[in-house]
Design a protein around this ligand. Structure first.
Ligand code: WTA
Length: 637
């Protein structure tokens, strides 16, 4: 039976890894509890999420756990009153967490700042008071155009504390992208920094902002400037104020606004690898439950952990797992300002060893980049503090997964390959630390998440066949809307009626494990075989010479499309015609004759988005000489 939109699968990955007995014995959720949770959540998902919600404090309890009457606009914990910052900070001040480290920050030049919960609480209160004095009120938007600084975390929390809606704009975006976001979000206030350190350079952020806004003086009324790099900046007396000046006389106590569970917490623009940016809206109540539950379960958080999620706070991963979830859980979160290769390729291992990082959550792009330099750099450092590893953002090629597991994790730290999106707010599919791991698989939907793989008509596809990943039931951390564009929000639920369409291709194996195969709009159709980019690329990465690979389909008279590969090589390998031929043979051997490559192009780098995803669309445009479209998300670093 040929199903519309089904995707073929070629890659066979048989390696499995089991957690060490010690880890299983000490896990927050042991295998029996996990099995029971799966059962309970399948039987009564609302009761499952209600239990998760009861781990946090609420000013007033909910009437209903889930209200689907206006679906797809769902409401969670209706009628409840809360504030995420009450749970992330205020409540810890009354417990033994008060003097525990909340935040460790390391600047690129090596400067370090540490905040206990008490210190972070007081810093947030001061800024909350200052923002109120500047006229920022509940419901107002505040754009935070900041690099990875403690003040970035403080700004996010201060906004949430007073009920303002924060909207982070990644500091690597240029004027145009910033302007578009300002125009859409219409903030009352903008928070930025004079500059920051990146890859040995000082980036003049405030100057970039001034340039972007020079012809649009009304874009914002107030701009708060954090001093980081001691740069000379032009202060516009009608608009700009120094952060230090506005917080200096504020009290270290501030009232935490009582929010409705459904009140917006933040909007965050996502453009991914395609399309124009959409302001994804998340709420206080459901988001708080979703990220707290998933961090504590998937990363098995213990009181002694130091969690390093390497994402920039400007991305959803940074929002959920650098800032909110670790603080909700009362653990210590680590934030690093700079480039992972500065001043050399061991910076991440240096930081891990120095601060005793126990949970390291990063991306396949970062792992492949580090793998390129071999194991000599990690070997120079004592990485024994690591307990758990994690990944998000792209399909994790089995070869890179195994390198991460063995070289960084000593073959002892389970790798949690987590699938989720800006739109989902929280981790959706992931292994649990006590479960069986298959390199390259995101394992299964977490308890309470009902995912499926379907064809274009919405019918489930059988095991080993790829199809569209959909989510069948609402979940607490789900986006609530798209800012100024409810039709765009509805579109996620209307293409296949009644389910959330993620836009990714996945397949399931006989054990129900999910394998992500790339974006649905990047599927390559070779002589009627529809192939996801992930498998083709993973097969290339499994060759000892290849660091990274991107595969695109180019038109072919006979086959419809044919695959073309772009690769970067590991240290110690040189590009040559023979190597190109060897890679073609390797592909055929690994995946069969369908996976014939038209050609292999060696490159020094692959084009990526600023959040590290390979931009195949750009390679394709380059190849076909077509218009690349919007390239504002391209990372030029
Ligand atoms: C991709 C990041 C494979 C996917 C939290 C998704 C993944 C998009 C994985 C969302 C994974 C994320 N395996 N692909 N474990 N995690 N993706 O919005 O294509 O920046 O749709 O959110 O990243 O990216 P976003």
């Amino acid at each position: 039976m040929d199903q519309p939109g089904a995707v073929d699968s070629l890659l066979q990955e048989d390696r499995v890894f089991r957690p060490l007995p010690g880890l299983v014995m000490e896990a927050n959720v042991n295998p029996q509890e996990l099995a029971a949770a799966y059962q309970q959540a399948a039987h009564d998902p609302e009761a499952f999420w209600e239990t998760a919600a009861l781990e946090l404090e609420w000013f007033k309890r909910w009437g209903k756990v889930l209200d689907e009457s206006q679906a797809p606009f769902c409401k969670w914990f209706t009628g409840a009153k809360c504030n995420i910052v009450h749970n992330a900070l205020d409540r810890h001040i009354k417990t033994g967490n008060k003097h525990r480290l909340a935040l460790i920050w390391e600047g690129e030049p090596g400067d370090i700042r540490k905040f206990t919960y008490f210190e972070l609480y007081r810093a947030v209160n001061r800024l909350a008071g200052a923002l109120r004095s500047l006229g920022v009120a509940k419901g107002d938007r505040v754009v935070i155009y900041m690099p990875s600084l403690p003040e970035t975390v403080i700004a996010m929390l201060a906004c949430a504390k007073i009920g303002a809606v924060h909207c982070m704009v990644f500091a690597g975006f240029t004027g145009r992208a910033l302007k578009d976001r300002l125009r859409d979000a219409r903030p009352k206030c903008l928070i930025t920094a004079d500059g920051f350190y990146r890859n040995g350079r000082v980036v003049a952020l405030k100057a970039a902002l001034d340039e972007a806004l020079h012809d649009d003086r009304d874009a914002v009324d107030v701009c708060v400037v954090v001093r980081r790099a001691n740069l000379e900046v032009e202060m516009n007396p009608d608009r700009d104020v120094w952060y230090d000046d506005i917080v200096r006389h504020e009290k270290p106590e501030a009232h935490t606004e009582v929010m409705d569970s459904e009140d917006p917490l933040f909007l965050l623009y996502t453009s991914g690898t395609t399309g124009s940016p959409r302001g994804i809206v998340h709420s206080h109540g459901g988001y708080m439950v979703g990220v707290h539950h998933t961090l504590t379960w998937v990363f098995d958080i213990k009181p002694t952990d130091i969690v390093w999620c390497t994402a920039d706070p400007g991305w959803i991963t940074g929002h959920s797992y650098v800032v909110y979830a670790p603080l909700l859980a009362g653990t210590t979160t680590l934030l690093y300002e700079g480039h992972p290769l500065y001043p050399q390729a061991d910076r991440m291992w240096h930081i891990t060893a120095k601060h005793g990082v126990s949970v390291l959550y990063t991306t396949p792009t970062t792992v492949r980049m580090l793998m390129r330099y071999g194991s000599q750099f990690p070997r120079q450092h004592d990485l024994a503090s690591l307990r758990l590893l994690g990944s998000v953002g792209e399909p994790f090629n089995p070869e890179a997964w195994v390198w991460f597991y063995q070289t960084i994790g000593r073959g002892e730290c389970p790798v949690m390959d987590t699938w989720w999106q800006t739109e989902t707010g929280q981790i959706m599919l992931a292994p649990m630390p006590v479960g069986l791991l298959k390199p390259g698989s995101v394992s299964k939907p977490l308890p309470g998440i009902e995912a499926d793989v379907v064809d274009r008509a919405g019918n489930p596809v059988p095991p080993h066949k790829g199809g569209l990943l959909v989510i069948r039931r609402p979940w607490p951390g789900m986006m609530r809307n798209v800012w100024n564009d409810p039709a765009a929000f509805r579109a996620y639920f209307e293409k296949i009626p009644g389910v959330y369409l993620a836009g990714d291709v996945a397949r399931r194996d006989e054990d129900g494990y999910f394998w992500m195969q790339g974006r649905a709009d990047e599927v390559i159709n070779i002589a009627g075989h529809r192939l996801g980019t992930a498998e083709l690329e993973s097969a290339l990465v499994s060759h000892r010479s290849v660091a990274e690979a991107a595969v695109i389909g180019v038109p072919d008279k006979i086959k419809g499309e044919i695959a073309k590969a772009f690769v970067t090589l590991r240290d110690g390998f040189e590009e040559s015609e023979e190597l190109g031929k060897e890679l073609k043979d390797h592909m055929r051997r690994e995946l069969g004759p369908v996976a014939e490559l038209k050609s292999v192009k060696f490159r020094a780098d692959l084009p990526k988005t600023k959040s590290g995803k390979i931009l195949r669309r750009l390679l394709k445009a380059e190849e076909l000489g077509t218009d690349p479209g919007d390239v504002s998300m391209l990372d030029e670093e």
